[in-house]
Design a protein around this ligand. Structure first.
Ligand code: SAM
Length: 339
């Protein structure tokens, strides 16, 4: 099934909770938030039923995210329900790593395929400042546990000018030491990034410049046909890393991602201001065929190119003003939508 721009429905990000145990400056900088009503959050059986429909329509990659997905009680039970489904090729988890060490064995036993841990700094004081919690040691323990259980992992780092742009090389070295491929993400002006401003972008160009000054030649890795957001690069010693340049050079033309929030709203673009409510039909007992028709109708009409539209604006500032919109609709928040 393809959308109006020829992009297939393949990649589903399942946000299992809007709660988080960190308050990252680029994602949740405010003091208080409007949370999804508890009773709206889908039960695992409801999520699993929707996943069946998505799989029948072409989705073959699922990433569990949030909020912080490890805050969702008994997450391994959901992993077990999803991992066994026919047609699923890839089941991944994105986590801040704080609770990972305690759950990793259960997640692997349930069938989780791979893990990405978000880590923006190796300095304890900076971690505290950036996330408002003194949890760097717990993240290191989580990363060590992921390495023990899966052998390898990915590490996602949001790079902000003047905050952690001096840590690219230490993070690559750290990644090498834990068998983690680091992916540097440009600071995006997504909903929730209410303190975003263009002068805080550290672009792909800036990153490659800084890294080349230290490592010498950096070779782009050709991956024809890939819809992955990260462009990957190779250092002379064989180390690889990725850059996700969504802010300055978006990948909308190949974007096959959509997002289901914990309360069953389906978003076809990270920047979409409206989603398709799948919870209501599920709860009124709609058949799988009816839900499939809703999903395929939505995807076939999809022409979103949100990140490219942002670039085209030229003069950019935070995407959604806090008072006007984020307070009225928590679905606009990155931590609700599922990063
Ligand atoms: N709590 C989990 C975690 O920390 O990985 C999953 C949810 S988090 C919203 C998913 C990813 O979104 C993280 O890697 C985070 O760094 C990224 N993210 C959040 N806000 C961002 C922003 N303004 N720009 C770029 N990436 C962002």
């Amino acid at each position: 099934m393809i959308d109006l721009l020829g992009r297939p429905l393949r990649n589903l990000r399942l946000s299992v909770t809007d709660r988080c145990n960190l308050r990252c400056e680029y994602c949740m900088p405010e003091d208080d938030y409007v949370w999804l009503p508890r009773e709206d959050v889908l039960h695992f059986e409801e999520t699993s039923g929707l996943v069946d429909v998505f799989l029948s329509l072409g989705v073959d990659k699922i990433r569990l995210t949030g909020g912080e997905p490890l805050l969702r009680r008994d997450l391994p039970a959901l992993v077990r329900m999803i991992a066994a489904k026919p047609g699923l090729k890839d089941l991944a988890l994105t986590t801040n790593g704080v609770l990972l060490a305690g759950q990793i064995d259960a997640l692997r036993d349930a069938g989780l395929g791979r893990i990405t841990v978000s880590l923006d700094t190796l300095h304890r004081d900076r971690f505290l400042k950036l996330t408002r919690f003194d949890q760097l040691d717990a993240v290191h323990a989580g990363i060590a546990s992921a390495r023990r259980v899966f052998g390898q992992l990915k590490i996602d780092t949001v790079v902000m000018r003047g905050v952690n742009d001096d840590e690219l090389i230490p993070l690559i070295e750290y990644g090498r030491s834990v068998n983690g491929e680091v992916r540097f993400i440009e600071y995006m002006d997504v909903g929730g990034a209410s303190r975003w401003s263009p002068d805080r972008i550290f672009s792909r160009h800036d990153m490659l410049d800084a890294l080349a000054r230290h490592y010498g030649v950096i070779v782009p890795i050709a991956e024809p046909g890939s819809s992955a957001p990260a462009d990957r690069y190779l250092l002379e010693d064989g180390t690889t890393f990725g850059i996700i340049a969504s802010t300055t050079d978006p990948f909308c033309s190949t974007c096959d991602r959509s997002r289901l929030t914990a309360d069953g709203m389906w978003y076809l673009c990270l920047y979409a201001t409206r989603g398709i409510d799948l919870r209501a039909p599920v709860r009124r007992g709609a058949s799988k065929e009816e839900i499939a028709a809703l999903i395929s109708g939505g995807w076939r009409a999809r022409d979103d190119r949100g990140a490219e539209d942002r670039v085209a604006l030229g003069d950019r500032r935070a995407f959604v003003p806090v008072q006007d919109l984020l307070r009225k609709d928590p679905h606009l928040e990155m931590h609700t939508r599922g990063g």
